[in-house]
Every structure is written in C-alpha cells, then in structure tokens.
Design a protein around this ligand. Structure first.
Ligand SMILES: NC(=O)c1ccc[n+]([C@@H]2O[C@H](COP(=O)([O-])OP(=O)(O)OC[C@H]3O[C@@H](n4cnc5c(N)ncnc54)[C@H](OP(=O)(O)O)[C@@H]3O)[C@@H](O)[C@H]2O)c1
Length: 313
C-alpha cells in the first residue's frame, strides 16, 4: 500500500510502498479517507519518541485520521466493518501511522465519526481538538476568567479559543491583523498582534491587572517566561511545548505546568457531538494529496501553517 514514511529517525519522509498492517486483538483496520497533520508528526520523524518503546521501520507518519473500518481484531466490541471512524492511529511497533491507505488503531483510540461533516473535517480534529479540550479543563478556563491564548490561530489555538469562549471566558487571542476577524468570529473578545511587539506588554497596556490564565502553544522557555508577566498574581500558566519552569512559576506565585495531552474515546465523542451540533468550527487551511505530505510537513516546521492541513488518501 502507499504511505508516507521514514526508513529511520532523522531521514526525510517519503512516499513509498509498505506492507499492509493487520488488526490485532482490540484493534481496528481502517481504510483511510483523510489523514490529519500535526506538528508532532515531523517531531516523531526527527526521533522525538526514539526511546519510547518498540518501533518498526519503515515507520508510517501521522497520528490523526478518519476512514472506514474494513476489519476488526478479536475482542473488538465498539465497532464493526463499515463504521465511519475518526481518531488516533499510532502503532509504532507495527510501523505507524495514518499517512497511508490503511492504518490500525486501538479500539479505544477512535470513535464514530461525526455524521454531518466530511472526513477531511473529522481528520483535522483528534489531536488538536482533544488537546484544546484538556487544556481548557485543566486550566479551568470559563466564566469570569480572562484567558490569553498564544498561538491562537493554529490547530490547537482555534479549538481552544472556541471552547474557552463557549464556556464564557474572555479570550485574548494572538493573531496577525489579517487573522483578527477570523479569531473574533471564533469567539475571541480581542486580538493581540504578536508581530507588532511583545505580547505581554500589549496585554498589560490594555489590561493592567493581567490575565487569569495563559495558554501558550508556541513559545520557547525564554519567551514563555516573558509571557507570564501578563498573568495576574495567583493565576495559571501552561505551555504545550515544554517551556514552563515549575520552580520559576512557583516563585512568581503562579500555578504552572507543561501540558501532556491525554486523549480518550469519550473526548472524541464529545467533539463529534459538538461538530454535529454546529458548535465547533474546524479551519481546514489546506488539503493535499499523499505525495505532497512531505512538503506539507516542511511547511509545518516553519510554524506558519494556515489552519489545519489534511492529507487526502
Ligand atoms: N504537549 C502536548 O501534549 C501537545 C499537544 C498538542 C500540540 N502540542 C504542541 O503545541 C504546538 C501548537 O500546535 P498546533 O497544532 O496548534 O500548531 P500549528 O497548527 O502549526 O499552529 C501554529 C500557529 O502558531 C502561530 N504562531 C507562530 N509563532 C507565533 C508566535 N510567536 N506568537 C503567536 N503565534 C504564533 C502561527 O500563526 P502565524 O503564522 O500567523 O504567526 C500558527 O497559526 C506545537 O508545538 C505542538 O507540537 C503539544
């Protein structure tokens, strides 16, 4: 079958022929309709998980996707052949990965796909949507809270903005001026142009008392430290890029942590329900063919991807 894979960590991702995977106990085999791209995909290609258990090569890249179940392993209860599913397809010991004609997922890593949206929309949701949902839960962003989302225009940020605003939070979203209207349409109360000067200073100029919660999706450790100046005494600061220094945050009297996503089938079902109810907007910025996936991964590396990128199989 066709797949975009690496032959070793650190190698360039390429389109290649790889053996078809099989569904083991508790797993489903899915004919992929669309895969979803996330920054973690190129990090995995670079070797991010090289010490994380058994791996087999060629390793098909990609965690997210949507498609139709074509076989079920023993013990599978929640799905039958023909079901439309979406979720996370990541079986490194079996060679990967969702950027392929067929992919295997654990029964608990997928859910019934939302009925009212396309596979392309569903495939854009699993990692970014569940991360955003957990970020909002763990920071308790909601009614009466002012929340600064840094990196708000990306995959996680567009979901986090909508989910926090939907719970009544006042969301300040970073966005270039060209994307300000888009973020307001997603529910942000105001935008801060991250290309126009230090974000923390701009926020404090408009809100001298600061924000209650910082959700930072892009900064490195130094920039994150500077960003926390915008958080009020006793507030919360979280990083998805490992930039938070717990000791430094405690000294500043902030509750802070590095976020690690814990996706679940229940979360996927909640997000599917919100999509079907029309309460969640998914911004698919580009849909590319499988052979264009290596180029799309390069664009993701620049941090300048526009909306979610999905890969049609
Ligand atoms: N720890 C975890 O469990 C976990 C889970 C999910 C994601 N993540 C990580 O979280 C990060 C975000 O993921 P994503 O999928 O949302 O990425 P993405 O879709 O590639 O989003 C990147 C966005 O960030 C914006 N941006 C870039 N530099 C910025 C800056 N200095 N200030 C403000 N905005 C900036 C970009 O907008 P412009 O191009 O307009 O600047 C772009 O819209 C990635 O590093 C990902 O690996 C971690």
């Amino acid at each position: 079958m066709r797949a975009v894979a690496v032959t070793a960590f650190g190698e360039e991702p390429q389109l290649m022929d790889v053996p078809q995977p099989e569904a083991g106990p508790g797993e489903v085999l899915v004919r992929m309709a669309v895969a979803g791209l996330n920054p973690v995909d190129w990090r995995i290609a670079d070797g991010m998980l090289k010490d994380a258990g058994p791996q087999s090569f060629p390793m098909v890249l990609g965690t997210d996707g949507a498609g139709e179940v074509v076989a079920v392993g023993t013990g599978v209860r929640r799905f039958t052949v023909g079901d439309a599913v979406f979720g996370r397809f990541w079986r490194p010991a079996k060679g990967g990965g969702s950027y392929a004609d067929l992919a295997v997922a654990g029964e608990k890593d997928v859910a019934q796909a939302p009925r009212s949206v396309t596979y392309a929309t569903s495939a854009a949701v699993p990692t970014a949507g569940t991360s955003a949902y957990n970020l909002i839960e763990e920071t308790r962003a909601g009614e009466g809270k002012r929340v600064l989302v840094v990196g708000a225009t990306g995959g996680v940020g567009t979901f986090a903005t909508q989910l926090a605003a939907g719970r009544g939070a006042e969301v300040l979203a970073t966005a270039r001026t060209t994307k300000a209207d888009l973020m307001r349409n997603l529910g942000s109360a105001a935008t801060v142009d991250h290309t126009a000067g230090p974000v923390a200073e701009q926020v404090l100029a408009a809100h001298p008392e600061g924000v209650d919660i910082l959700i930072d999706l892009v900064s490195g450790p130094e920039e994150f430290g500077a960003m926390t100046r915008a958080v009020r005494d006793g507030g919360t600061a979280v990083s998805t890029t490992g930039a938070a220094d717990a000791d430094a945050l405690t000294e500043q009297n902030l509750r802070g942590f590095n976020f690690h996503n814990r996706p679940s089938p229940q979360l996927l079902e909640i997000l599917a329900g919100q999509l079907d109810a029309g309460r969640l907007t998914v911004l698919v910025g580009s849909e590319v063919a499988l052979e264009e996936a290596p180029e799309a991964l390069q664009l993701s590396r620049t941090g300048r991807a526009r909306g979610k990128t999905v890969i049609a199989l």
